[in-house]
Design a protein around this ligand. Structure first.
Ligand SMILES: NC(=O)c1ccc[n+]([C@@H]2O[C@H](COP(=O)([O-])OP(=O)(O)OC[C@H]3O[C@@H](n4cnc5c(N)ncnc54)[C@H](O)[C@@H]3O)[C@@H](O)[C@H]2O)c1
Length: 244
């Protein structure tokens, strides 16, 4: 499905990102650039995969992102798929949220996504082909207690995605931008939540379970592939019916 494709995935060391990288790599991608700031976990994850290139980088580091994209351009001359997956949480009720935690989450989840997309989108527009998938969340449309910072960023990436869909289309380029909005997913990000909270989430979800990273990768794979070639500016919820 991804034969001869060059893909870039951020937050690739674990959880959803790792599963997405494996999906592309196992479906014929020529090369998957797997970006993460956690070098140990990243390098261990993809030690034996010849069509995955682990790159230790912080998506907030604009010069490093620019250099990396220059390198990809000189290696392959193109980028077909970008998955903006890296994201963090620093939860607190508004009265307790520190400025530092606000700034950090906005820097990674919003500006980091902007940094990587700004570097890669011109390549896609020039080659008249590309798919950008950005990881939002159901809290980006519906909010969540204790997540002012996170919810703001996950709503923000939806607005950026719709903007990109319009901008790239106006250039006449077949470059698409879409979001995936998961509900609760079994990954290291949710592993430390108290059992009580996880049970409450499952109870609230009509399909009565959390998502697996594979559930989310299925949606990413569809939006990255040519099967979705007439879909742009959309938000695909993968939440077991949590938000209806
Ligand atoms: N797990 C969930 O329930 C859930 C629900 C909705 C949305 N999401 C979103 O899905 C995405 C992936 O979530 P996950 O659960 O797999 O998370 P995770 O915490 O398991 O993995 C995130 C990865 O991103 C990397 N990362 C963090 N900051 C980075 C930075 N500045 N530069 C480069 N890499 C960085 C981390 O090192 C980590 O490997 C995130 O955007 C998250 O907000 C997750």
């Amino acid at each position: 499905m991804f034969n001869s494709k060059i893909c870039v995935v951020t937050g690739a060391a674990q959880g959803i990102g790792r599963t997405v990288v494996e999906r592309f790599a196992n479906n014929g991608a020529t090369m998957v650039y797997a970006l993460d700031m956690n070098g140990d976990v990243l390098n261990e994850a993809f030690m034996n995969q010849s069509n995955v290139k682990p790159i230790v980088v912080d998506i907030c580091d604009r010069p490093a992102i620019t250099d990396l994209v220059e390198q990809i351009k000189s290696d392959y001359g193109r980028v077909d798929v970008l998955v903006n997956n890296a994201g963090i949480t620093r939860d607190a009720l508004i009265e307790n949220m520190t400025e530092q935690d606000w700034d950090l989450v906005v820097d990674v989840n919003l500006k980091g996504v902007f940094n990587v997309t700004q570097a890669i989108a011109p390549i896609m527009v020039a080659q008249d082909y590309g798919s950008i998938i950005t990881m939002s969340s159901v809290v980006g449309t519906d909010g969540n207690i204790g997540q002012s910072n996170y919810a703001a960023t996950k709503g923000g990436v939806i607005a950026m995605t719709k903007t990109w869909a319009k901008e790239f289309a106006r250039k006449g380029a077949q470059v698409r931008a879409n979001c995936v909005a998961p509900g609760f997913v079994e990954t290291p990000m949710t592993a430390d939540l108290p059992e009580k909270v996880l049970d409450m989430m499952k109870d609230k979800t009509p399909l009565s379970r959390m998502a697996t990273p594979e559930d989310i990768a299925n949606g990413v794979e569809f939006l990255a592939s040519d099967k979705s070639s007439f879909i742009t500016g959309q938000v695909l919820k993968i939440d077991g019916g949590l938000v209806l």
